[in-house]
Design a protein around this ligand. Sequence first.
Ligand code: UDP
Length: 414
Amino acid sequence: MRSVNVGRKFLADYQSIILKDLLAEIKELAAPLEGRRVLHVNATSFGGGVAEILYTLLPLMNDVGLQAEWQVMTAEREFFDVTKSFHNGLQGAPVELTDEVRSVYEDINRRNAAQLTSDYDFVVIHDPQPCAMRTFVADGGREASWIWRCHIDTSTPDQALYDYLLPFIRRYDRAIYTVAGYAPDGLGVPLEVVPPAIDPLAPKNMTLVPDDAHYIVRQFGIDVDRPLLLQVSRFDPWKDPLGVVDAYRAVKQRWPGVQLALIGSMASDDPEGWDYLEKLTAYVGGDPDVFVLSNLDNIGSVEVNAFQSHAAVVMQKSTREGFGLTVSEGLWKARPVVAGDVGGIPLQIEDGVTGFLVDSSAACAQRCLEILDRPEWAHAMARKGKEHVREHFLTPRLLRDYLRIFNGLLAGRA
Ligand code: UDP
């Protein structure tokens, strides 16, 4: 296991951004938890939504008086091949669950669990990669309350995989899912429903004036005088970047000047990403108005922010999605958003009111055209979307929900 340094953040800085009552509620919930030790464990400190959330949630947990730590599993590539197949399997793809697959999964979980020697009050395990650690942890860890935080839509999983994971999941004291329907029947663990959130003060989301956003996106070859369509996502088939290219091509027939940027980070726990990036590059086929960029091109949080702040349309054309932080990120920047009508996306977008929900490339292209044709109307919609994000999907609300759960677990122990 490897510790991640999460830096410092101060809840007081959010005062002017969030609803007033929330701050008071957080202080009240934090008081009985003063000094309690919390450990979060996941599989990567870079790339993807979970890392994004932990970098912003943990410093705020510390600021309100808890002692929160984050540790990342250490493992070889074959483990991440296995767990990526588990991720896909929990989303419904078939999984080959051989003895070798099981032994890779269990051995790495056992090895990482053996390194958990401190005492914690709460251990939050994120997603399937470290799920079995609770089963293998030495006696010391048994003092803690264990929470399995599943960020994936597991409503129609590969059944054999789910049956295999269920005994590991059942060892937990609580399960947290983004949407109630994501947890299949018979989970056997008390369920909490908590959607994730974005940090409005992180470099990814802080306000950038248009000149600064222009300055940054121009460096990547974008013509700021022509409209830009954008999708920011891991290079993953469920995010449907090929469908985004199809939508862009349809838009280009009527708006020849339109450009497309596909920005994807290469997460260390996502070995499929490299192959998919090659496939995507071949599909784009050298179109000079399509920009496929990643952290390997020096795209970091501020650059993602600049692209999102500048884009004429932010797309998230997923065909399966746990939550889709990029949707809230786009709305928070008051950009018109067109996104797949799947998973946690409808929590964020009310179709035709705060953005658009689509279920095909053709529908996606159609909505993009409407936005390009009527920018004022589309921006009024996006501003409503921003207020919806303010109310429901900013990190202090997520902090409040965790504090509530921790208090509930303490009360249950008394
Ligand atoms: N992200 C990024 N750079 C990229 C691609 C993604 O910073 O090149 C971030 C994105 O801004 C968002 C997170 O990674 O904060 C992706 O979270 P989401 O919930 O959309 O998808 P996940 O990867 O968890 O399935």
